[in-house]
Design a protein around this ligand. Structure first.
Ligand SMILES: NC(=O)c1ccc[n+]([C@@H]2O[C@H](COP(=O)([O-])OP(=O)(O)OC[C@H]3O[C@@H](n4cnc5c(N)ncnc54)[C@H](O)[C@@H]3O)[C@@H](O)[C@H]2O)c1
Length: 396
């Protein structure tokens, strides 16, 4: 059983607490740190915490607490993690791990140096649809992964600090791109090195310094390409979609807007529909069990099991650091309009891969390009001559 101290009583702190307490769950949030006394007290009342404080260190050091959960604005993640290191407390942190690669690297090295557990709370790599897809990809159902695209767009975050570049560390690339990058990395292979990023970013709508819309390509050393599309200007709720393409198959995932659950209401008894939903009348796309469908349950189960068994969770501080490094390159590229290298002072995966050839042997003389049955009943193959490079068709 874990006795958790939640740092932050806001939007995600509450989602996390709902998930941890779950349905008769044995792990408990026993302590809460919040900036304001009334928020800490309210959270403590709502979730039955025995201890609350507006002093972060006091909460982290509390002897009843076995694990710290960082659910604070981005600019406070590093300080919170360093206090966990000081008090040798296992820590799990929300995304993004840092505001940039340097912060994330310091956090990773500090917990590893102190020998304490660190988990990266990347919930979208734990949704039921993601877990099933990942298993199929790992079993080879899609062959070699060529392209993994992830999109997260919504009408923008709910608290003031997100819109302040200094506190947040960036705009929608950092806030949403971190999810998309880690989703694509999982499908392409976490041991495959991300090498270069090309990114377009703009502030199209909001009166802010940071970007509110961006699209980027992340090139991997084995020739695979990751893609992310992120926006704080999208209208119509929260759009969470992923696509994976491999030599043997394809996955399309819609995690939120169109999940096969559609409701019409005139608005009588209107209530909360789903995160970032913009309407509660007309045709609606609710989400059945948000905490589960967003991955929080599987994520905390992995974190708690790992800390108790002394193993690594699927998402670690190292993963958070790699994601931050890719984001740094995206920001650079958005400025220079060039492919920018990903700076990874620590890399633990494969090195020196080159794009893999996918030539399919047809016979001694030809490679197979394609086999097809056409509407006029022809069954044909398109072949490439190995010696002359001529491309021919042959009926079977
Ligand atoms: N799906 C996800 O994984 C997900 C979703 C939303 C937010 N987040 C992350 O969670 C973290 C917190 O985001 P949130 O949406 O809960 O924010 P929020 O504004 O709703 O809550 C932040 C909480 O931090 C505490 N706090 C302490 N010092 C503060 C300060 N100086 N300014 C503001 N708050 C302060 C307060 O208790 C506040 O309620 C961020 O890093 C964000 O990126 C993750």
């Amino acid at each position: 059983m874990q006795r958790i101290a939640m740092l932050g009583s806001g939007f995600i702190g509450r989602f996390y607490a709902e998930s941890i307490h779950g349905q008769r769950g044995r792990d408990r949030v026993v302590a809460i740190y919040a900036r304001r006394e009334e928020s800490a007290k309210k959270f403590a009342d709502d979730y039955g915490c025995t201890f609350w404080s507006t002093d972060m260190e006091e909460v982290i050091a509390h002897p009843d607490v076995t694990m710290i959960c960082v659910a604070l604005p981005n600019n406070l993640h590093e300080a919170a993690v360093m206090l966990c290191v000081k008090h040798k407390k296992a820590v799990v942190s929300t995304k993004p791990l840092g505001r940039n690669g340097a912060e994330a690297l310091r956090m990773m090295q500090a917990i590893e140096g102190a020998g304490i557990f660190g988990g990266y709370l990347e919930d979208l790599c734990y949704t039921p649809k993601f877990l099933k897809s990942k298993q199929m990809v790992d079993n080879g159902a899609l062959g070699r992964i060529l392209w993994a695209k992830s999109r997260e767009t919504h009408p923008g975050p709910h608290s003031n600090w997100f819109w302040d570049k200094e506190q947040a560390g960036g705009g929608c690339i950092l806030d949403l791109g971190c999810h998309c990058i880690e989703i694509a990395r999982n499908f392409i292979g976490k041991d495959i090195k991300p090498v270069e990023v090309m990114c377009w970013a703009a502030t199209q709508v909001k009166p802010i310094e940071a970007e509110d819309h961006a699209i980027a390509l992340v090139k991997y050393e084995n020739g695979a390409i990751g893609q992310f599309e992120v926006s704080w200007t999208f209208r119509g709720g929260m759009d969470l979609r992923d696509e994976v393409m491999g030599t043997e198959g394809t996955i399309w995932m819609n995690n939120f807007l169109r999940t096969g659950f559609e409701v019409f209401t005139t608005g009588k008894g209107g209530d909360y529909v789903a995160e970032k939903a913009e309407s509660n009348t007309g045709w609606l796309f609710p989400v059945g069990d948000e905490v589960n469908e967003l991955g929080y349950n599987h994520m905390f189960t992995d974190m708690f099991r790992s800390v108790e068994e002394g193993t690594e969770p699927s998402e670690t501080f190292y993963d958070g650091y790699v994601v931050n490094a890719i984001i740094d390159a995206a920001y650079k590229s958005a400025k220079t309009k060039l492919w920018e290298p990903v700076d990874l002072p620590v890399w633990r995966g494969q090195e020196g891969l080159s794009p893999v050839s996918t030539l399919i042997e047809y016979d001694a003389d030809y490679y197979l390009i394609k086999e097809e049955v056409t509407h006029d009943g022809r069954h044909k193959v398109i072949l490439k001559d190995k010696k002359t490079n001529e491309i021919i068709e042959r009926d079977l």
